[in-house]
Design a protein around this ligand. Structure first.
Ligand code: SF4
Length: 280
């Protein structure tokens, strides 16, 4: 079987930096216990591996009493970060640099007296954290909401980093038409669209596709949906153990992976494909 990888796949910059920092932290003499504040990434096998090495997880400030607490790439509300510091734990902030740029854009807009409008999923960790920099700001996710949102003078529009550019532009256009004083911040991250474009290109060169990543990873789920639309057989797997017999009937198989899938899981899948599925 010939196995082709997508030209862009796997860990994005923010997740790679966070995982490297976590490795260094585990080896360091940072105060114990180490906890992550929420799941570090959306990949259960990686989280299980961290748990085996003594890294626990908390989800609320009142669970932090000692040791080290690691903030994940989506960031947290500044009030929460301060509460963790006040609780006496060492806080290690692994917020993605791109998300930090968005947080700074929101904080600066508030300082200048702008109305802040966030565009994204109000239930997503990144938007929840951003709202903390502009408490009470407007949060919208659709063009319909852009038509309805109450606008009050100069406004600053900031999008969730993982939004698709076209979706953000469509919403921004409506806001700017309604309010010429509205400004937009360019904070979108190309990681999602780069993985989607690479998958499309790969699909033209193979007979079947494997999308590797956690079942609870939103970006892996989106990649899989896109794979289904290519018209060739596609599977979403978490690792080699999920490989079905059908895939071994193809002679050219393409693989891609979500932004929270580590290289070692991709290599495990590739090795199993090369072995013809034996000892998976
Ligand atoms: S998808 Fe982009 S913004 Fe999100 S963690 Fe990765 S690099 Fe950062």
């Amino acid at each position: 079987m010939e196995i082709l990888r997508a030209t862009t796949m796997g860990f994005c910059m923010g997740v790679r930096l966070a995982m490297q920092a976590m490795e260094e932290l585990i080896k360091s003499d940072t105060p114990r216990p180490i906890h992550t504040y929420g799941p570090l990434i959306h990949n259960q096998r990686v989280l299980d591996g961290l748990a085996e090495r003594g890294v626990g997880r908390i989800d609320r400030v009142d669970e932090a009493s000692k040791g080290t607490v690691v903030l994940r790439t989506h960031g947290v509300r500044p009030q929460e970060k301060q509460a963790l510091i006040d609780a006496g734990v060492r806080v290690v902030d692994l917020t993605c640099p791109r998300v930090v740029t968005s947080q700074k854009a929101v904080a600066s807009a508030v300082e200048k007296g702008f109305q802040v409008i966030l565009v994204g999923d109000r239930n997503h960790g990144e938007i929840i954290a951003l709202e903390g920099f502009a408490p009470g700001c407007e949060i919208i996710g659709t063009t319909e909401e852009a038509e309805r949102v109450v606008m009050k003078g100069p406004a600053h529009v900031v999008g969730q980093t993982t939004l698709l550019r076209d979706d953000f532009l469509a919403i921004s256009l409506i806001l700017k038409k309604r309010n010429p004083l509205a400004q937009t911040a360019l904070t979108l991250c190309p990681a999602t669209v780069q993985r989607q474009n690479a998958l499309l290109e790969l699909s033209r060169a193979v007979e079947a596709l494997l999308v590797i990543g956690g079942r609870n990873s939103a970006n892996t789920g989106k990649l899989y949906q896109q794979a289904l639309h290519t018209g060739i057989p596609a599977w979403h797997i978490e690792g080699a153990a999920d490989l079905g017999a059908d895939v071994f009937g193809f002679s050219r198989v393409g693989i891609t992976a979500g932004a929270s899938t580590p290289d070692w899981i991709v290599e495990e899948v590739e090795a199993a494909l090369r072995r013809g599925g034996r000892n998976v």
